[in-house]
Design a protein around this ligand. Structure first.
Ligand SMILES: [Zn+2]
Length: 345
């Protein structure tokens, strides 16, 4: 069977007290299954031959000993990407809110590790980059927190995000982060579009100096929330560098809307803004994984030639990660939580 991801993966011993911890020169074999009081679904046991002990597949994430079932972890992840706050999830699953936040932390951390692992080992190709920022609050309504996001528009792949103030500092962290994740071809030209915020220009000049890029700012002017004019300002390059349908920031604006719909902290006119930044980051990672690796994207579907045949699949549905050639099929939460990520990749 074809592996769901395009990166090599191998089992290793996840127990930090073991002599063969994370070692790849150690025989690991499957060793039966078990169930717990809270989870009737069988879990896989492994044997670490070097250290001569058994361990559970939950050892591959921070969920070891967290007293929940995989179904509950999955529900927590799904509800977190359907705009529910942790106290609402706690109410639905009949758990303590602190338990839910603990699970979110473990799941969010695994999402982050998995995303970075895949991007770094396989390398993503960025041809058309769009960046934007969304406002939110932290703790109280007088403290604004901005969420910077970067999107590869051709594959609809959400590359990364940063939380912080609306300054060059945060934009720089964003650009620096995405530069590390991508593979940069020598002769390809990177297209970048953003809004008029000067922070992007500074960040690009500082960190993309050895990469050939063209940069277009879209300046929108609104009066009483109504869009009046859209001006295009070519910071680097000319109109010819941006062929049809690329002189815009539409794709990232569509992603903004998706995020406002899916992340409770980003909803507008609500009291459900964020109480802690750490929890916000976890929810963002859960949503990034959901968006890139699980959800199929309608604009990425490919028609299969079965026009005259009834009841046969007409389209192949793709996730942004499949489009980016990182994965071969949509993934699921269980796959993520039990996936062994080598630490020194
Ligand atoms: Zn071991």
């Amino acid at each position: 069977m074809q592996s769901p991801i395009n990166a090599p993966s191998a089992l290793f011993c996840p127990r930090s007290s073991c002599k063969y911890y994370q070692s790849l020169e150690n025989k690991i074999s499957k060793d039966g299954t078990y169930t717990t009081k809270s989870d009737p679904e069988p879990r896989q046991m492994f044997r670490c031959h070097g250290g001569n002990h058994r361990y559970s597949e939950t050892g591959y994430s921070d969920l070891f000993g967290k007293h929940g079932s995989f179904k509950e972890y999955e529900q927590t992840a799904k509800l977190s990407s359907h705009s529910l706050s942790s106290d609402a999830i706690a109410d639905i699953l009949q758990k303590d809110q602190r338990t839910i936040e603990q699970w979110q932390r473990a799941i969010g951390k695994k999402c982050e590790q998995f995303h970075l692992f895949l991007c770094v080992t396989i390398g993503i190709t960025i041809l058309f980059l769009q960046m934007d920022e969304l406002w939110s609050f932290v703790k109280n309504k007088s403290r604004q927190l901005w969420v910077f996001i970067a999107l590869e528009s051709q594959t609809k792949f959400w590359i990364n995000f940063e939380l912080g103030s609306r300054t060059t500092h945060t934009a720089s962290r964003l650009v620096k982060g995405l530069k590390r994740l991508a593979r940069w071809g020598k002769d390809c030209i990177l297209k970048v579009t953003t809004d008029k915020l000067a922070a992007y220009k500074n960040a690009l000049e500082k960190f993309m100096d050895n990469i050939h890029y063209v940069y277009l700012q879209i300046v929108k002017r609104r009066i009483m929330r109504r869009l009046v004019t859209v001006k295009k300002f070519f910071v680097k390059g000319t109109a010819e560098d941006f062929p049809d349908k690329s002189q815009n920031t539409s794709f990232i604006e569509r992603l903004n809307l998706t995020l406002r719909q899916h992340i409770c902290y980003l909803q507008r006119k609500t009291l459900g803004y964020c109480k802690s930044k750490v929890n916000f980051v976890n929810i963002m990672w859960i949503n990034l994984f959901n968006y890139n690796y699980i959800q199929v994207h309608k604009s990425l579907r490919i028609q299969i030639n079965n026009e005259n045949k009834k009841f046969i699949k007409k389209y192949q549905h793709n996730t942004p990660a499949m489009q980016m050639k990182l994965t071969n099929s949509p993934l699921n939460w269980r796959y993520l939580l039990t996936f062994p990520i080598p630490y020194n990749y």
